[in-house]
Design a protein around this ligand. Structure first.
Ligand code: C5P
Length: 416
């Protein structure tokens, strides 16, 4: 996701973690955000205004602000001209000021004066984080609508071990992106349909044809899209996973049921087909259990083809989602096969992964994918590094929200 044209007011307060904020500024700038830094007196003990302004490519505002600052850029304007206020690190002291509405320096005044969302990355000694006063402050801040990222648990610079480490810069960036996409998805009222898991094709009341799909990737995508503020319907085959939170789940068994449930969920802005749908189903479903014959004969299975849900949803028409995303697991010629599949199915994006060593993909936590996008007659290809299925889901969700929000709204009766 890009943060181009996003304006971030970054408040750096006192704490050893302030050095990580320099990296945070670099990451935000790489993604196209503009960063206006405020450095508190405590923060200035750990990083210099010069380091911060060099990385931000912007003047640093300090709590010793001068009259010139006040006439050029008052604290009210400073806090209102941002799209988001980020406090990293947020010290116990600054959190206490925020929770109580104190405004005795530039940082706390800007925080009190802002009408924009606030994200904070606390960093402090574990005893301070666990102190009843800090717990009270954090509950108040959460009730006030402040979003938290971290802190993590681990070795602290002070030599103690516990919760209080500031979230890593890339995790803070991910939280910032999620905040922006939540706002975008809500603004546009975006709806998504996700298929997940295997399908079971019944032979008789006790037997079925199925496959080994765990549903982990599809469920993670449904969760990530909901976390990004989309309204999500998850149509799932039989899986042993808990339902994602904040998602409407429709449980199905067969491909025919899955297709019907998907069509019922339309219209949606986005469809993500992550289910491993069985290609065939038995021609007949016996109403009674097929018995072993006395003559020892072996029954013959007659199969018929299942509908291709991804191809059906991708077909042009008034109900075609603005963005349709398919998945492909390939054992050979990954890119060529994936390109052919993208064209054959008619979807917009295809997430392809190699399954040379099947044990590492099916049911595993990690995934290494290539994302192919149909693009003005051509195909753009993006290779993502190996990451957890949850991370693939988060990154995909961020890109989906951005694309769906900017895609033109289909007009009545005209395919998007
Ligand atoms: O053709 P293949 O099964 O490899 O295609 C995989 C993609 O197509 C996945 O996105 C899967 O969810 C979707 N699919 C489908 N309905 C089918 C078969 C595959 O939606 N019957």
């Amino acid at each position: 996701m890009t943060l181009t044209e996003r304006r971030i007011l970054l408040i750096v307060s006192g704490g050893i973690a302030a050095y990580k904020s320099l990296d945070l500024v670099r990451r935000l700038r790489e993604r196209g955000a503009s960063v206006r830094p405020i450095l508190t007196a405590g923060g200035a003990q750990f990083v210099t205004p010069l380091a911060l302004s060099s990385l931000a490519e912007h003047k640093v505002y300090t709590d010793l602000f001068s009259l010139t600052d006040e006439s050029e850029m008052g604290h009210i304007r400073l806090s209102r001209e941002a799209d988001l206020v980020v406090v990293a690190p947020a010290s116990a002291d600054l959190m206490a000021k925020m929770a109580n509405g104190l405004a005795d320096d530039l940082a706390s005044t800007a925080l009190l004066a802002t009408d924009k969302p606030v994200l904070i990355a606390p960093a402090m000694n574990p005893m301070m984080w666990q102190h009843p006063a800090t717990i009270r402050n954090r509950e108040r801040l959460q009730a006030d609508g402040v979003t938290f990222v971290g802190p993590g648990t681990g070795d602290m610079a002070c030599g103690e071990v516990g919760a209080g480490r500031m979230a890593e810069p890339l995790d803070i960036v991910a939280a910032i992106e999620a905040l922006f996409s939540r706002a975008t998805a809500r603004l546009h009222g975006l709806r998504a349909l996700v298929t997940s898991g295997p399908t079971f094709e019944a032979l008789d009341p006790v037997r079925f044809l199925g496959n080994r799909s765990s549903g982990k990737q599809g469920h993670a995508i449904a969760q990530a899209l909901a976390d990004h503020g989309m309204q999500v319907v998850l149509v799932s085959g039989p899986v042993a996973l808990p339902d994602p939170t904040g998602v409407e789940v429709v449980r199905v068994e067969s491909a025919m049921e899955m297709l019907a449930a998907c069509q019922q969920a339309l219209p949606v802005d986005v469809a993500v087909c992550a289910a491993a749908v069985a290609d065939w189903r038995p021609e007949r479903r016996e109403t009674r259990k097929i018995k072993k014959g006395r003559d020892e004969s072996v029954p013959t299975l007659h199969l018929e083809e299942n509908p291709d849900i991804l191809a059906t949803l991708s077909r042009p028409g008034p109900l075609r989602p603005r963005l349709v995303v398919g998945f492909a697991a390939e054992t050979e010629d990954l890119v060529d096969n994936a390109r052919a599949k993208l064209a054959r199915k008619g979807c917009d994006w295809l997430v392809a992964n190699a399954v040379d060593d099947q044990a590492t993909v099916f049911g595993s936590e990690r995934n290494e994918v290539r994302v192919l996008r149909a693009d003005d007659g051509g195909v753009a290809e993006d290779a993502w590094p190996a990451m957890s299925k949850a991370e693939v889901a988060k990154r995909l969700a961020a890109e989906i929200v951005e694309t769906a929000a900017s895609a033109p709204q289909p007009t009545d009766g005209v395919p998007a």
